[in-house]
Design a protein around this ligand. Structure first.
Ligand code: PRP
Ligand code: ADE
Length: 173
């Protein structure tokens, strides 16, 4: 099936000018959700990945399943104030605001191979901040993986030098 057809588009949410790509409709469809997780699993199963880094909150939905399927650990990158141990943080802007992300300082090993997972890349602010955090801790980023890319917003420019993979995209539609 084409998982893209299961994503709901909502013009004008959460602010005017944004077309929100709502992946809850993909997640509640077992074929589309399962296929999305399977595509990611097939892509990384032979890459000797040590951990999956998932981004709060929708990145957890895909990242945790991928970690389970690969039989490896999952690391949450969380919005500020949620992680209980020592953290490092990065502030970033996105299509509709500003936020700060944190990671536990002992969450990944130096030189460990990680894949970063989120549901969607738009302006790239969120993944840009996450890449900075993971690099500060010294891990080796195999790829940044998304279900959806919005190429018009040029998010890849925020993570030049990193490999990027997206299952599907919305471009000028
Ligand atoms: O490329 P960007 O412009 O940074 O936008 C992409 C981010 O925006 C959404 O998260 P959001 O901050 O809305 O949080 P949520 O996952 O908690 O809903 C989405 O899940 C990505 O993490
Ligand atoms: N247009 C969009 N749809 C869904 N999530 C987003 N995060 C940032 N921009 C978004």
């Amino acid at each position: 099936m084409d998982v893209k057809t299961t994503i709901r588009s909502i013009p004008g949410w959460p602010i005017e000018g944004v077309v929100f790509r709502d992946l809850t409709t993909l997640m509640q469809n077992p074929q589309a959700y399962g296929q999305s997780c399977d595509i990611l699993y097939e892509r990384y199963k032979d890459q000797d990945v040590g951990k999956i880094v998932g981004i709060d909150a929708r990145g957890f939905v895909f990242g945790a399943v991928l970690a389970y399927k690969l039989g490896i650990g999952f690391v949450p990158v969380r919005k500020k104030g949620k992680l209980p141990w020592n953290t490092i943080e990065e502030t970033y802007t996105l299509e509709y605001g500003e936020d700060t992300l944190e990671i536990h300082e002992d969450a990944v090993e130096k030189g460990e191979k990680v894949v970063i997972v989120d549901d969607l890349i738009a302006t790239g602010g969120t993944i840009g901040a996450t890449v900075k955090l993971v690099k500060k801790l010294g891990a080796d980023i195999v790829e940044c993986a998304f279900v959806v890319e919005l190429p018009e917003l040029k998010g890849r420019e925020q993570i030049q030098g990193c490999n990027v993979f997206a299952i599907t995209e919305f471009d000028g539609e």
